[in-house]
Design a protein around this ligand. Sequence first.
Ligand SMILES: Nc1ncnc2c1ncn2[C@@H]1O[C@H](COP(=O)(O)OP(=O)(O)OP(=O)(O)O)[C@@H](O)[C@H]1O
Ligand SMILES: [Mg+2]
Length: 367
Amino acid sequence: DFNNLLQAILGYTELLLSGMDERSPQHGDLKEIERAARRAADLTRQLLTFSRKQRIEPQVLDVNQTILSTEKMLSRLMGDTILITLDLHPDLKTVLLDPSQMEQILLNLAVNAKDAMSNGGQLMFRTDMAVLDDAAAASHPEAQSGTFVRLTVSDTGSGIPDEMLPHVFEPFFTTKERGKGTGLGLSVIYGIVKQCGGWITVSSSTDAGTQFSLYLPANETKGETPVENTSQLADIPPTLPGIGKTILLVEDEPGVRNLAALVLQGAGYKVHVCTGADEAKAIFAKEHARINLLFSDVVLIGQNGIDLALDLRRQIPELPCLLCSGYADDTVRWESIQKEGFHFLPKPYPVAKLLSAVIEALTATAP
Ligand SMILES: Nc1ncnc2c1ncn2[C@@H]1O[C@H](COP(=O)(O)OP(=O)(O)OP(=O)(O)O)[C@@H](O)[C@H]1O
Ligand SMILES: [Mg+2]
C-alpha cells in the first residue's frame, strides 16, 4: 500500500532528524524529503477521496444524472446564501467516466466556488453539446476536434486574478491559508479530464466571478445504457440523517478534516470543526449541552483522541464517542477503546462508511 510506504519514508526521516543537529548540512535535505513525502501523502489522499476502490472504472455515464443525484448534497453544502441553478441540455450524449470521479469533479468545483463566495452568490451548472471542427479546436492548445459533452460550472465569486490564472491547475497551487486548502482540487480534476481525452478552459474576472468549462469526449458506442446511480454520494439516505444533530469533529490533518466536515454537513449534521484537543475542549465547555457526538482522530498533536474522549466523558458520562485511526497505528490503545465503549472507525474510510459509523454511534448510545 502506497500510504504505508510513505509512512515509512516519513517515519525514518523523522528518526534521522531527531538525532541530528539542526545546523548540520543534511538537516535541510532531510526536511525537503519530509516535505515531499507529506505532499505525496496529500496527493494520494485526494485521489482516494471517493473511491476506496483499487481501480477506477470508466463507465457509460450521463453527466446530467450525476449532477441531479448530487444536487441535494451540494445545496446543503453551499448553505443558505448560495443559490444553485441548473441548466441541463435535454439531449446530452453520454461520456465514459468513473461515476465517483464525476462526483469528485462536481464537489471540488463546488467547494472552490463556495470558498470564493463568502458573502453568498450563485453557482450554476450548465451542460450542452459542443461540436468542434479543426478551426474551433485550434483556439485552445489542448482542444481537439470532435463531439464533446461540455460541463460549465460558474460562480459569482471573487474571481481569480489574471496573474494567477495560468497556475490554478498546478498541484499544490493554493491561495488559501495553511490548513484550509492543499491546492490539489483542480489538479485532480485536470488529471481526470485529461485521462478521458478532454480538457478544461477557465475564464475569470474579479468582478464577475469564475467559469470552468470541461470538455468530455462524447461516448459514441451505441446501445449501452448509462449506469444507474451506483455512486456513494447517491447512497446517502434521502432523508438527511443528521438534521438536528451536532458533531464535535477533531482531526489534525486538513485534507481528512475538510472531507469529513463536508460529508457530515452534506448529511445534515451541524459540525464544530477542531484541529486539536484544546480547541475541542473550549467548544465543548460552551456547547456541551448541544453536542450529540464526539468524532475524533486518535493521533493528534498534543492530547490524543482517547484522552480527550475520557475528559469529555467526565463532564457528560453518556456522550457518544467515535474514534478513528489508521490501522497501522500501534499507538492506539485498543483496551481503553473497548473498555470505555468507544466506537471505532478505521482510517482511511470511504464516505459511506463514515456516515454509517456516525449513525451507528449515535443510535447505539442513545437512551
Ligand atoms: N471558483 C473559484 N473562484 C476563485 N478562485 C478559485 C476558484 N477555483 C479555484 N480558485 C483558485 O485556485 C486555487 C487552486 O484551487 P484548487 O481547488 O486546486 O486548490 P484549493 O481549493 O486551494 O485547495 P484544495 O482544493 O486542495 O482544498 C485556489 O486556492 C483559488 O485561489
Ligand atoms: Mg479546491
